[in-house]
Design a protein around this ligand. Sequence first.
Ligand code: NAD
Ligand code: UDP
Length: 319
Amino acid sequence: MKRILITGAAGFLGSHLCDRFIKEGYFVIGMDNLITGDLKNIEHLFKDKNFEFYHHDITKFVHVPGKLDYILHFASPASPIDYLKIPIQTLKVGSLGTHNLLGLARVKNARILIASTSEVYGDPLVHPQTEEYYGNVNTIGPRGVYDEAKRFQESITMAYHTFHGVETRIVRIFNTYGPRMRLNDGRVIPAFIGQALRGEDLTIFGDGSQTRSFCYVDDQVEGIFRLLHSDYHLPVNIGNPDEITIKDFAEEIIKLTGTNQKVVYHPLPINDPMQRQPDTTKAREILGWEAKVSRSEGMKITYDYFKTLSSEELLKEEH
Ligand code: NAD
Ligand code: UDP
């Protein structure tokens, strides 16, 4: 039986990856310090004999007994609100945490896939973003703590590949959404849905002309699964190229939720990227992958999930 370590297992993407690898017949070892994750996301796996969980901060030495075939490194705060609140932990998990996991991959002779991000392109001057684009990141801006941690993560991963012959994979994830996102994590989809459910106005940052391209979680997991099992070690974009302005997206949410609320405008956060759309040619050619779930299908499932949350959870103020 293949054994896989998944860091960030109690988070949004990590928990869906745990589900997928359990379903594929792997022995899954989840690891998380719960700084932004929630055990609720994986509690259904605790009774599974092929699942084990370690409560551990991966910036400290990481030890896993027994053999390991694969590592998926997904631990990191991912929402702008989170990484602005815990900037140093964000830098540490991307740097020290990644170093620990690459070391573990080396001693275990395991293949490691790291979760990078479209944020390595910063506020991009090339559109859509291809993997060859080097990016436009402000190192000392507030978002720099996340973007630079991820850029360092890619560099050290390539160095372990080149100098130690570790089998590495790098996925550049574009905005992904679905059930198990935290309602109050500040990302635009939970933010808008939460506001609609609470009967509040939808907060658009800036004039809403900035764009994003939203990928449903099942598509993302499929792309990651294929990349892990491919023989390609350079970065691959995984995302849905269907691009939309935040203003038009707010209108879609208003229709979807049937809310009577309106939109209100707040200042644009510093260095908020103005446009983002993945060029997915590589994913198509190398992995035979493309996004299948449309925004309307994916958003319906996501809205249905958020509707099941209790009013207590809905009203919980995190920030
Ligand atoms: P999330 O916050 O839901 O999950 C991250 C998990 O990592 C949490 O459970 C958190 O507790 C854990 N974690 C953080 N620091 C840790 C540490 N030091 N030790 C152990 N565990 C730690 O976020 P997510 O959206 O699931 O993102 C997962 C990964 O995917 C991140 O690396 C993120 O950068 C990357 N990513 C996500 C998106 C997206 O749209 N969701 C886009 C680009 C990249
Ligand atoms: N955004 C917004 N209102 C909100 C939350 C976010 O207009 O309540 C905007 C944000 O400024 C950004 C886009 O939505 O332009 C996507 O933000 P998110 O935090 O989801 O992801 P990221 O900026 O990391 O792509």
